[in-house]
Design a protein around this ligand. Structure first.
Ligand code: DAR
Length: 311
C-alpha cells in the first residue's frame, strides 16, 4: 500500500511520520504541487493525505490507481466529491480535531471586537492608562448568541456561551435540535441574535447564505463572527453595513477578495488569518484523526467518509 502526503504538511513531527510509515510505503511531499504534479503524485499512490490542493473534476480525471484520500481539514469544499466518486475514490475528512479550538477562537474574536481590545492595546503602547470612554464594552452575560449550524463546533460554542450567561439559539438544515441550543427558524435567528456565529461547511447550498437581504435583518447592535469560509457571506454587503453603522461589528477568520479592502480599513472589524483551528492540542488531534481515518480504511470500515463509490 503506497500512501502519500500530497502537499506541504503544516505539522508532521518525526514521531508521527514514523507512525504513518507503519501503515505502508509512506512518502511526504513538502511542497505545494501544481495541478499536473498533483495528479501524477496521486496516480502513483493507493491512498493520499491532502492538505492544500484543490481537487476539481478536471484534475481528478487525470488520476488513476488512487482509491482513497483523506483531507486533513473538516471543510471539504476543496474536492469535487461527485468527480472523486466517479473515479472510484473514497474521500474522508477530519470533522473532530478542531471543534474546541474553533469554539475558543470564536470567543477570542468576539471579546476582541466587543471590548475593543486591539485599539485598547495600541492606546496603552502609546502611553494611555485608565482611559475609559473609547472602550465601553458590551457584557456578554444576558445576550443572545445565534449559531448558524448546530453541529460539533456550534455545540462546543454553546457550552462556552452558557458559561458566559448567554442564551443560545440556532438554525440548521434539518430543523433538528442540538444540545444547549434552542432551535429557531433562520429569520428569527437573524432578527434575535446579539451575536451571530457561523458554523456550517461551505457547500453549494451555503455559498453566500448570508445574502445582503439576510444581513439586513440583523440588529444594528449585533456582531457577526465567522470562523468558517468567507464565501458564506455577501462580503461587499457586510462591509457596507459595517461602514455605515448598520451593524456594530464583525470578527472574521477568513476573507474573500470582494470587499476585503474596505473591511481591512474598519475599526469595528477584527481579522485573523485562518487560525481558528490552530492550537497545540488541535494540531496533534488532527494527526490522530488522519491516522484513524487511514487505519479504518485499511481495515475495511473507513471512518469520516464524505463519499465512497457505490456507497
Ligand atoms: N479550514 C479548517 C482549517 C484547516 C487547517 N489545516 C489543517 N488542519 N492542517 C478546516 O479544518 O477545514
Amino acid at each position: 500500500m503506497r500512501i502519500v502526503y500530497l502537499d506541504e504538511p503544516t505539522y508532521l513531527p518525526e514521531v508521527w511520520r514514523r507512525r504513518f510509515a507503519g501503515l505502508g510505503d509512506f512518502e511526504v511531499f513538502r511542497d505545494r504541487p501544481d495541478r499536473r504534479t498533483a495528479a501524477a503524485r496521486l496516480s502513483g499512490a493507493d491512498a493520499a493525505i491532502v492538505e492544500w490542493t484543490h481537487l476539481d473534476a478536471e484534475l481528478l480525471a487525470g488520476v488513476d490507481r488512487l482509491r482513497y484520500l483523506t483531507l486533513v481539514t473538516s471543510s471539504f469544499d476543496s474536492v469535487d466529491l461527485a468527480a472523486a466518486r466517479e473515479r472510484g475514490i473514497t474521500v474522508a475528512h477530519c470533522p473532530d480535531y478542531s471543534c474546541q479550538a474553533v469554539a475558543e477562537h470564536t470567543f477570542a474574536l468576539l471579546l476582541a471586537v466587543g471590548r475593543r481590545l486591539l485599539p485598547a492595546d495600541r492606546a496603552v503602547r502609546r502611553g494611555a492608562s485608565h482611559l475609559y470612554p473609547p472602550f465601553l464594552g458590551r457584557q456578554l452575560s444576558g445576550l443572545t448568541l445565534g449559531v448558524l449550524g448546530t453541529g460539533r463546533i456550534a455545540t462546543a460554542v454553546a457550552r462556552i456561551a452558557a458559561g458566559f450567561g448567554m442564551q443560545v439559539i440556532g438554525t440548521n438544515r434539518t430543523r433538528t435540535t442540538a444540545s444547549g441550543i434552542t432551535a429557531v427558524p433562520l429569520e428569527d435567528l437573524l432578527r434575535r441574535s446579539d451575536v451571530l456565529s457561523l458554523h456550517v461547511p461551505l457547500t453549494p447550498a451555503t455559498q453566500r447564505i448570508l445574502t445582503a437581504e439576510r444581513l439586513a435583518m440583523l440588529r444594528p447592535t449585533a456582531v457577526l463572527v465567522n470562523t468558517c469560509r468567507g464565501s458564506l457571506v455577501d462580503q461587499p454587503a457586510l462591509a457596507r453595513m459595517l461602514a455605515d453603522g448598520r451593524l456594530a461589528g464583525a470578527a472574521l477568520d477568513d476573507l474573500v477578495d470582494d470587499g476585503a479592502e474596505v473591511l481591512r480599513g474598519l475599526s469595528n472589524v477584527v481579522l485573523s488569518p485562518g487560525i481558528a483551528w490552530y492550537t497545540d492540542a488541535a494540531r496533534t488531534a488532527n494527526l490522530a484523526e488522519i491516522h484513524h481515518n487511514l487505519t479504518t480504511y485499511l481495515t475495511g470500515r473507513p471512518a469520516n467518509v464524505l463519499t465512497t463509490p457505490g456507497g
